[in-house]
Unconditional design. Structure first.
Length: 223
């Protein structure tokens, strides 16, 4: 799956862990770090653009270094060392890495049916436990798009209901600005829907509906 979908999914799960803010962020990083083994794509592109040579670092190492059991253990050991509740972050991080692996197993295929990405679960030390799924769907297939949209919807819900968002991982100031902006717009939308609801309920229209809606809003201010 896309790194964006991995990020949103990891954040959504970390949000439900009950951990402190710092530890939740560390769990999210556990869900992102497996894709470090795809950094070879930068080398391949640089070699192609600067030197006109073709290299295959991305295809050689992606899904074979950090997308397996050794990689999962290495990632969570390093990340949990920075946690307050290390055991909890280790366990949640281990689960998140495996969710990342599962998502890539089912939804990371290339443009042709032959471009299936296998998972080398014991890689890079052994190819003995290599997992392939012939039904793997394309990276841009509708299940991936639907999952991303659902995750965005959940994040917007949590932004309104709990004041949380993944933006806080990078900047508290940006998080507060985004949260306040979205919350204000959500309150305005609720207020407008409230006016329309009372207008229909009371059988009003035009200016009379607006006046009655404002009166109801004043008696029941938006939370």
């Amino acid at each position: 799956m896309s790194p964006i979908t991995h990020f949103l999914g990891s954040w959504a799960i970390s949000d439900a862990t009950g951990l402190a803010h710092r530890d939740r962020n560390l769990v999210v990083w556990c869900g992102l770090l497996p894709d470090l083994d795809g950094a070879g794509i930068v080398v391949d592109m640089a070699n192609r653009l600067l030197f006109g040579t073709e290299t295959f670092w991305y295809g050689r190492f992606h899904h074979s270094v950090l997308h397996g059991l050794p990689g999962a253990i290495a990632i969570v050991l390093v990340v949990s060392a920075f946690a307050t509740r290390r055991v909890h972050v280790f366990l949640w991080g281990f689960a998140i890495v495996h969710l990342h692996i599962l998502c890539d197993l089912v939804g990371s295929r290339g443009p042709t049916p032959f471009d299936v990405w296998p998972i080398y679960y014991l890689g890079p030390f052994s190819n003995e436990l290599t997992i392939r799924w012939a039904g793997q769907w394309q990276l841009n297939a509708w299940p991936n798009v639907a999952a991303t949209l659902l995750l965005i919807g959940y994040i917007l819900y949590r932004m309104v209901s709990a004041g949380r968002s993944p933006v806080s991982m990078f900047s508290e100031r940006a998080h507060h600005a985004v949260n306040q902006t979205f919350s204000r717009r959500w309150q305005r939308l609720r207020a407008r829907r409230g006016e329309g609801h009372w207008s229909k309920l009371l059988g009003l229209g035009g200016d009379e509906a607006c006046k009655r809606g404002r009166a109801v809003k004043q008696e029941n201010p938006v939370e």
